[in-house]
Design a protein around this ligand. Structure first.
Ligand code: 6PG
Length: 256
């Protein structure tokens, strides 16, 4: 039983960001190989923010890139900012610069959220259709990503699901365009039920500034149960956390 009463979680404490990238890349490769051999394709929703950079760098290294059948990989995003794809703040931009442009993935297998649209609700609707078209009328009618990669903000947000946001109560939509008060911006994000129907969820967190929130998200006796990162509880399978030493510094011995 996981610390938060949900499915068990696995915590991998890494030496540093580079080690985190390599260890997460090893999991990414294993999940990709399993999915392609079982289902002929691998669907992964990428995380935003800066931490996944270490994973993307590892994935393009010879040690890992050649072990993935990129023609069978489909990339999606967990969230996106309201910016064009070439903007430095774009989550697609980071992945394209550090991963996509370095591997032989067919362009049609890269399914980005169109944050550049002036009407972000229409962009959310459009992405929801993209997911429905890809996953088909799968039972029970939710996207079953083989892998969802997520970061964790120091306030406990994940994807663009922020504490106290009404979108945390969404039970029907797969993709939403919430206004994020803290950022005074609208974002595009997968909803909690869409995240929770993934086959596997991997969280990546590094840096001293994450140690308190990692303790709150993972500890059994944490007072804050309304942290979005705690609310990601995939229906099946464990949650996997890749943490560097700094981010894991406040975890109790039972979790290390
Ligand atoms: C985003 C991300 C967000 C991110 C966390 C952690 O678009 O910003 O989806 O949820 O994962 O803020 O970001 P860092 O990895 O940069 O700490």
């Amino acid at each position: 039983m996981g610390a938060t009463g949900g499915p068990p979680e696995e915590i991998v404490i890494c030496r540093d960001r580079e080690d985190l990238g390599d260890q997460a890349a090893r999991s990414f490769v294993r999940l990709a190989q399993e999915a392609v051999s079982l289902r002929g394709r691998f669907s992964a929703a990428l995380a935003g923010g800066a931490t996944p950079r270490a994973l993307y760098r590892s994935l393009v290294s010879a040690a890992f890139a050649e072990k993935i059948s990129w023609k069978s990989v489909h990339l999606f995003w967990g969230d996106e900012r309201a910016v064009p794809p070439g903007h430095p703040d774009s989550n697609y931009h980071l992945a394209n610069e550090t991963l996509i442009s370095h591997v032989p993935i067919p362009p049609q297998n890269v399914h980005r959220m169109r944050g550049e649209r002036s009407d972000l609700q229409a962009a959310a609707d459009e992405y929801e259709k993209t997911l429905h078209d890809f996953f088909g009328p799968s039972d029970p009618g939710w996207p079953s990503f083989d892998l969802v990669l997520l970061g964790i903000g120091s306030d406990g947000h994940t994807a663009s699901l922020f504490p106290g946001s009404p979108v945390l109560k969404e039970t029907v939509r797969w993709v939403a365009a919430p206004y994020v008060e803290k950022l005074n911006a609208v974002r595009l994000t997968l909803t909690l039920p869409a995240l929770n129907h993934a086959r596997r969820v991997i969280f990546l967190a590094a840096g001293k500034e994450k140690r308190s929130i990692i303790r709150d998200v993972l500890s059994d006796d944490s007072p804050s149960t309304d942290l979005p990162a705690r609310m990601v509880q995939p229906r099946k399978g464990a949650r996997l956390f890749f943490l560097d030493q700094d981010a894991a510094a406040l975890l109790g011995k039972d979790l290390r």
